[in-house]
Design a protein around this ligand. Structure first.
Ligand SMILES: [Zn+2]
Length: 136
């Protein structure tokens, strides 16, 4: 009897398109409906969607968003720095320090919530960390 209850709680009740949920997360929207806001503050995920009521507190993004953000920003900044150096090889070092520091900080702050939203969308679509549990 107990086994039947556990199995019933994990039967998929709907299909969840992973890429659609990731795109909605990238837009900082609820992965289920795409309408409600994903965050209640800069990186604070809302407990539930204000539109469809989907519980969002199950996410376990942890250190993955900063890891992927550093990975992406690092590749972009190195490519931009090398291109800039080709264009202006005698640029003073203070200009490099100022320009690339500002670029790294601004792009990291911009990209971090998007990457976190995409990861939450991925977790929701794959029913990870309680996203697949029955609401009861
Ligand atoms: Zn929603």
């Amino acid at each position: 009897m107990t086994i039947e209850i556990v199995k019933a709680a994990h039967i998929p009740d709907e299909t969840r398109d992973t890429w659609r949920a990731v795109r909605r997360g990238l837009a900082c929207r609820c992965p289920a409906c795409g309408q409600g806001r994903l965050y209640r503050a800069y990186l604070k995920v809302a407990d539930r969607c204000e539109v469809c009521g989907t519980e969002l507190h199950h996410h376990r993004a942890d250190d993955a968003p900063p890891y992927f953000t550093i990975f992406l920003v690092g590749h972009f900044v190195i490519a931009a720095l090398l291109a800039f150096d080709e264009f202006w090889p005698d640029a003073p070092i203070w200009l490099h320090a100022l320009l690339w520091s500002a670029f790294v900080v601004a792009s990291s702050l911009w990209l971090l919530p998007l990457v976190k939203g995409a990861l939450i969308g991925f977790q929701w679509a794959n029913r990870m960390h309680g996203f697949g549990a029955s609401p009861e």
